[in-house]
Design a protein. Structure first.
Length: 234
């Protein structure tokens, strides 16, 4: 049996109707072996949670990253909500321990299967939305996915800034930007890198960060701001 009290504590949500949370844990395989069970499978809640999750992450990106295009937001959302990420977060909440599984699914490692964990997390989000409302579900999504959004956006923006800079520089000046590390400070566990990006012989941007990649990202961002202020003929 699922320990609903422990799961609610892990989620930080107290359900009014605990049967919704329990339903979110019911895998189809369990019903195949227990057709008289009092709850349906989690598939409808999974559908709801999937839709909710996509919207909440999209809204977060729309509000926090006004510089991103529709395509860039689509790629970033996909990076945040991929099955691997959902499964890892579901595992951190212990969802696999609470699943209702058929004996065959259990024996084949179903509690740790990526698809099961990802779908269960979506179902739990759907259950929260049904029981507590969309605002509470949104808060839960943003709390659970906070680090994932930050990490994915940092990596994506680094790629986007450098890619955009290269495209712009090659179109205007027919050369490739060159990144050069000009300073490294601090002990091994707390390094601070300073990088400058050059277009020809001109330093177009300078950035600092805890890694070369972060410093290059900032340098590219500064260079983009500089270049986008110039006219193509300037």
């Amino acid at each position: 049996m699922a320990d609903l009290d422990a799961l609610q504590k892990a989620l930080g949500v107290a359900f009014r109707d605990q049967s919704l949370l329990e339903q979110a844990l019911v895998h189809r395989s369990y019903l195949n072996e227990n057709p008289d069970f009092h709850l349906p499978s989690n598939e409808r809640l999974e559908f709801l949670g999937d839709s909710l999750l996509g919207f909440v992450i999209a809204e977060k990106l729309y509000r926090d990253f006004p510089q991103l295009s529709e395509g860039e937001m689509t790629r970033l959302r996909a990076a945040v909500v991929r099955a691997e990420t959902l499964a890892r977060l579901a595992s951190s909440l212990g969802l696999g321990d609470h699943l209702y599984l058929g004996r065959g699914e259990e024996a084949s490692g179903g509690r740790d299967r990526q698809s099961n964990l990802a779908r269960t997390l979506e179902a739990v989000l759907g259950a929260v939305a049904m029981d507590q409302g969309v605002d509470v579900a949104r808060e839960l999504v943003l709390r659970i996915f906070e680090d994932e959004i930050r990490s994915a956006s940092s990596e994506r923006l680094a790629i986007d800034h450098k890619s955009r800079l290269q495209e712009l520089v090659q179109a205007r000046h027919h050369v490739t930007p060159v990144y050069r590390t000009i300073n490294v400070e601090g002990p091994d566990h707390a390094r601070e890198f300073t990088v400058e990006v050059m277009v020809g012989r001109r330093v177009m941007g300078k950035g600092q960060g805890k890694s070369k990649r972060m410093a290059e990202e900032e340098a590219a961002r500064m260079a983009l701001e500089e270049l986008e202020q110039d006219s193509p003929s300037g």
